[in-house]
Design a protein around this ligand. Sequence first.
Ligand SMILES: Nc1ncnc2c1ncn2[C@@H]1O[C@H](COP(=O)(O)OP(=O)(O)OP(=O)(O)O)[C@@H](O)[C@H]1O
Ligand SMILES: [Mg+2]
Length: 273
Amino acid sequence: MLELTGATYRYAGYARPVLHGVDLRLDDGEIVGLVGPNEAGKSTLCLVASGLAPASIGGDLKGTLTLDGTPAAGLKTHELAARVVVGFQNPNTQRSGIAATVFEEIALGPMNLGLAVEETVARTREAIARLHLESLIERDPQRLSGGQAQLVGIASLLAMRPRHVILDEPTAQLDPAGTRLVGEALRALAEAGTSLLIAEHKTDLLDEVCGRILVIDGGRIVMDGPTATVFDDPRLHDLGVEPPARARLARALADRGVEPAAVTAALAQGLGA
Ligand SMILES: Nc1ncnc2c1ncn2[C@@H]1O[C@H](COP(=O)(O)OP(=O)(O)OP(=O)(O)O)[C@@H](O)[C@H]1O
Ligand SMILES: [Mg+2]
């Protein structure tokens, strides 16, 4: 379990905090979505929940982060990295810069965990298969498209088989097919017991994979509930978050006096049959 309590965080050199009293709990095997308008604090919360802020990037944190009962503040950087991994929107910030091939790039994570070669290779192969990257394994990681680089970045995280994963807009550069692959991979990870926090503007992906959604605005959690409840809440639109297609369709039908259940029933009976 990853638990953040009462997190108020201020970037180094700034007078005012960006996060205010944020509580966050990720149970094992749970996928939680994080949505909110631009500048709401999603990326900052990803940094704090992964322990990178303040340990690596500085700043001031009030509140505590605990990972499986251990306070993150007492962990060394490599101990932290073994428990929680974080992926960023821009895959270039994540690339090691030292691997000559995509295969090596993905293998670096498990290798750095000190695993045996056979285990490292097995995990690397599994991550490659999971995201269908077989055709890229010999390629230079510096010469990939944005979408390919993003998938390689996610494969690198998967290969570490982490207990906790924090992803900041993991599908920002992906087309629908790539987004679907990532969704399937994240679900498989959760089924194996990993807990995940996913900050995303693409609510359709979150609608498919998340059990719970947090809405952040102005550095405060303003909504927290089951995915369907939050995405069907009319306040979401006012907060600058576009609900998933499913919720938009249900709303459009309701506005015309049609119950979504009636449509589902009609479809099940075979319309026009
Ligand atoms: N490194 C930094 N130093 C100082 N302030 C920062 C830093 N990064 C972000 N901020 C500020 O923190 C606030 C929250 O930004 P953050 O990047 O967390 O928002 P976000 O919800 O991820 O936005 P977006 O949807 O655009 O990605 C903003 O006011 C931003 O200007
Ligand atoms: Mg962001």
